[in-house]
Design a protein around this ligand. Sequence first.
Ligand SMILES: Cc1cc2nc3c(=O)[nH]c(=O)nc-3n(C[C@H](O)[C@H](O)[C@H](O)COP(=O)(O)OP(=O)(O)OC[C@H]3O[C@@H](n4cnc5c(N)ncnc54)[C@H](O)[C@@H]3O)c2cc1C
Length: 441
Amino acid sequence: MKAEKSIKKYDYDVAVLGAGPAGIMAAGKAARFGASVVLIEKNFTLAKKLLLTGNGRCNFTNAEFNLSELVKNYNNGKFLFHIFSVFGPKETIKFFEELGVKTKIEKNKRVFPASDSAQEVLEALEKYLAENKVNIIFNSEVINVDHSGKKINKLILKDFSTGLGNGREITAKKYILCTGGKSYPLTGSDGFGYKLAKKLGHTIVKPLPALSSIRIKEKWVKNLQGISLKGVKITVFQKGKKRFQEEGSILFTHFGVSGPAVLNISANVGDLLENGLSVGQAGEAKICFDLAPLLNQGEFGEKINEILKKYPKKKFKNILSDFAPEKLAEILLDIAGVDKNKMAGNVSKIERGMTAKIFKNFEVTAESIFGFNEAKTTRGGISLAEIDGKTMRSKIIDNLFFAGEVIDVDGKTGGFNLQMCWSTGCVAGESCGQESMICVT
Ligand SMILES: Cc1cc2nc3c(=O)[nH]c(=O)nc-3n(C[C@H](O)[C@H](O)[C@H](O)COP(=O)(O)OP(=O)(O)OC[C@H]3O[C@@H](n4cnc5c(N)ncnc54)[C@H](O)[C@@H]3O)c2cc1C
């Protein structure tokens, strides 16, 4: 037995599948250990999706440095605790600053490049790959793997970069699967990673669109198109049972609702619509909005009373702008059965109470959530029970590691998803780069 440093038996020490944020980070980190690394990407360019992030501004992390708080922003966040302790938001900001990207922190701790340019982030990553001598093969799709027992032997590619076409083979000591989830498939992430992992014996938690807008059944919602509201509390019910809560900004659209708070609950709503609380309950989810979450109904009624007294000669619908835009106020008054054209001075105590009630709790019915073409990330993926949370290694295939959206973790809006990609990419890359250099054959 001898330690192997050359690549005689293998084409590379490490092969990384997919050049999104997770794959780029994994490839660079592995190469820093001196491993020869190949990064295989089916597109002509790196990280197509990264350029779309944050509306082209790239909200690349969140400055939540308390890891116990940080993990609360994820579905299955506990799995990430150790990974974040190795490479969390602080390390990520330092990483990009060292690559020359000046950063800034905006509202809700969202971190962006100071230039507001995702392109700058991408160029920094290109520089990182070049500095660490990562070999990149573009326009080359992994279509299969050859494996025996607990080991991958080689990758089989559909490779248009070399003219070798179908069947080009690549061997490596270690493989890192970073092919993304199913969201925005036009950027390259079409769920291939799930098929591959399944073939290798992994369990796939059913992928669902996450961070997606919600279609609403009530037709009147269309009339509110373009209205956005801040600080709204959203509660989701199924069969009268409270299921989820979220607070933040919402946006009415021509089909329903969107905005950060809505995106954050969308996967949960999708799950309720598809699976329900129990058999027979699928297909129903009520979404309740509270426009004044800081006040209880009585206090809110008092606020309304103050305004009624201030403007007794104005129409009721015209004096509620402190709480909702006029269009929304009119609709809510109609739903509550209160005459919106009544003079404020004539509004009764009962009508005031009904108004407070509807503003604190108006309900719409979720019809469906937008699919993978619009979803910003994927819920579900490779089961975490089969991944070692210290190294990102598969517990089924010894020389396979995972990073990024392909695993069963998803985050809220605010830079959390990219942070998960940098962190899992770093840990997978370091574990596998380190091991491949001391690997005994
Ligand atoms: C519009 C939009 C905006 C977003 N904004 C933000 C944001 O501001 N902040 C944030 O934190 N997150 C954001 N996200 C989420 C974030 O972009 C993803 O979490 C992240 O890109 C996932 O990275 P990944 O490397 O796991 O996968 P991907 O970025 O999907 O990359 C996977 C790569 O693998 C390649 N690939 C797939 N299959 C194969 C194959 N068989 N062979 C070779 N290559 C293959 C693909 O072409 C792709 O390049 C946004 C997402 C979208 C869609």
